[in-house]
Design a protein around this ligand. Structure first.
Ligand SMILES: NC(=O)c1ccc[n+]([C@@H]2O[C@H](COP(=O)([O-])OP(=O)(O)OC[C@H]3O[C@@H](n4cnc5c(N)ncnc54)[C@H](OP(=O)(O)O)[C@@H]3O)[C@@H](O)[C@H]2O)c1
Length: 230
């Protein structure tokens, strides 16, 4: 396993939910963490935790964040894309605004963070990318087809990172959970206590970040209930 001490991780979505648990876990285990966030909330910056304003929908945001992280820490070894949204985007509703928002936030924003960090991930020689997709990126099981399409696209993005980055030592993983008990699932018709916990998803993220180049996991499906084909 890779030694995380001194390695630098960029993370989006660190203000809440899964991203916050990943941030906590990495911060507590030797990583230098740079969080791209809109609102710091209760997060407090420190010598090994940098907070930088990042909005998934703002042009130039990823480039500015990567530049500031390089100025502060001098290297980037990992990108964790956890920011995401799930407004309802239906097949038969002609209003496509939710579809467009999910394409911008769930797909194009992680692509831009990866693109901005790319030369530094290459320089690392052991660059890592973890993208939060979803079981909704593996099959269609409810009416929010816009969310599913965006999460299928995140799987495609992850596969392209693996293809293009492999010879440079970059390894990428799409993490695909079912229900996770965060604000995103507050309205879900599924018992909260039976959902996956964000801290358990964070433990999986940390594990794949630490696997060596010779033991890469491209996709992790995380179930909180039985599904025959997953
Ligand atoms: N919860 C689940 O059941 C579940 C299952 C499978 C996959 N996922 C995926 O896992 C990831 C994390 O989900 P979660 O459950 O932790 O969600 P969450 O609790 O709703 O948190 C969403 C995170 O995304 C950030 N975000 C949203 N829009 C943003 C924007 N325009 N710019 C910057 N940051 C933005 C939020 O920041 P603010 O605090 O600034 O709003 C927040 O940190 C998402 O990609 C989600 O699709 C979740």
């Amino acid at each position: 396993m890779l030694d995380p001490v001194g390695r630098v991780a960029l993370i989006t979505g660190g203000s809440r939910g899964i991203g916050r648990e990943v941030l906590r876990r990495l911060h507590g285990s030797g990583w230098l963490v740079s969080a791209g966030i809109r609102n710091a909330g209760k997060l407090v910056a420190g010598p090994d935790l940098m907070l930088h304003r990042w909005d998934a929908e703002a042009e130039g945001s990823s480039e500015a964040w990567v530049a500031a992280t390089m100025a502060r820490f001098g290297r980037i070894d990992a990108v964790i894309n956890a920011a995401g949204i799930n407004p309802k985007g239906l097949l038969l509703d002609p209003d496509e605004s939710a579809h467009d928002a999910m394409w911008r936030v769930n797909v194009k924003a992680p692509m831009r963070v990866i693109r901005a960090a790319w030369p530094h991930l290459v320089a690392s020689g052991e660059g890592r990318v973890v993208n939060l997709s979803s079981l909704s990126g593996k099959r269609v099981a409810n009416e929010n087809i816009g969310y599913a399409m965006s999460k299928f696209a995140v799987v495609a993005l992850t596969q392209e990172v693996r293809r293009l980055g492999w010879e440079h030592g970059i390894r990428a993983t799409a993490v695909c959970p079912g229900f996770v008990a965060t604000e995103m699932t507050l309205g879900a018709k599924f018992p909260r206590e039976a959902m996956s916990r964000p801290e358990d998803v964070a433990a999986l993220v940390e594990m794949v970040l630490r696997l060596p180049n010779t033991a890469s996991v491209g996709e992790l499906k995380v179930n909180c209930r039985f599904e025959a084909l997953l």
